[in-house]
Design a protein around this ligand. Structure first.
Ligand SMILES: [Zn+2]
Length: 282
């Protein structure tokens, strides 16, 4: 299913007003850390001055809402232990969490894994698709180290403040960031396959037919081939290749039929064909 992507830019947020831009080198995945599945709640709260954070998009289970221009510098990572910040390098989005749980010291409390599985599957699929879209747009390789990371990994890499998202949540459903990166890579490949053009198709078909033409004929057709070659119905090309595994065109088909009748005529003249009243030797 195609990701639905809408846009509600947080133009009143101080981050938007700062108006700084970056050259995106990666994507950082966050989750909000609160049981609120509706992105509109965050968009309302964050579209105002005095909010010291801002991301490029929010994900709900049925869509993505872009909240900053992609190349605008977001406020999502803070400064890590290396003194550097993923704000200068990474695009960011928040995954909205389902309703029903609370938090205690960064840990989810009362989270019903089974009941939330389908919600999680939707969010995960949307996260894969949005990350694939961003990687494609900015020519990023999701499998390169440090390119596609979650906030918790950003802390480990020294480029984000100490938050546990999304590792406080995703592993409950058996999802790992390594698998996520592979899924993003696969999604990009699938997307490429969808980018089929007539030109690409023609080139691929031509290639397929050329390879097919080089295959050797099967042994079961040997008597028929010997006969057809003897009759001059099948003749090789200038290199002597007879292309037995190629498809004949209608043009080639009638040429073969024509050759057959011509050879029959010669056979009749040679006295080997069926005799009838018009046979001059009858
Ligand atoms: Zn975060």
């Amino acid at each position: 299913m195609e990701l639905e992507l809408t846009q509600q830019l947080l133009t009143e947020n101080d981050c938007y007003k700062a108006g700084r831009h970056i050259v995106p080198k990666g994507v950082m995945v966050h989750s909000t850390g609160v049981a609120q599945p509706d992105p509109e709640v965050f968009i309302r709260r964050w579209n105002t001055p005095g909010v010291e954070k801002c991301v490029h998009a929010f994900l709900s289970r049925d869509r993505a809402v872009q909240t900053l221009p992609w190349t605008m510098r977001g406020w999502h990572a803070g400064v890590g232990t290396s003194g550097r910040s993923a704000n200068n390098t990474h695009l960011s989005f928040e995954c909205c969490e389902p309703a029903g749980h609370t938090y205690q010291g960064g840990e989810m409390v009362g989270y019903d894994v089974a009941a939330n599985q389908s919600y999680f599957d939707d969010i995960y699929r949307n996260a894969v698709q949005l990350t694939a879209l961003l990687c494609k747009e900015f020519s990023l390789d999701p499998l390169e180290p440090g390119v596609v990371i979650c906030h918790a990994e950003g802390y480990d890499l020294g480029v984000a403040v100490n938050h546990s998202d999304v590792l406080q949540w995703w592993p409950k459903h058996g999802a790992t960031m390594d698998q996520f990166r592979r899924d993003v890579d696969q999604a990009m490949r699938d997307e490429e396959d969808d980018d089929m053009t007539q030109e690409r198709f023609d080139a691929m078909l031509e290639d397929y037919l050329a390879r097919q033409a080089q295959l050797s004929p099967s042994s079961w057709s040997a008597p028929a081939r010997a006969w057809a070659e003897g009759q001059g119905i099948i003749v090789g090309d200038s290199a002597g290749d007879r292309h037995y595994r190629s498809f004949p065109t209608r043009e080639e088909t009638v040429q073969m039929l024509y050759q057959l009748t011509r050879e029959d005529g010669e056979a009749v003249q040679a006295g080997e064909g069926p005799k009838d009243e018009t046979d001059p030797q009858g």
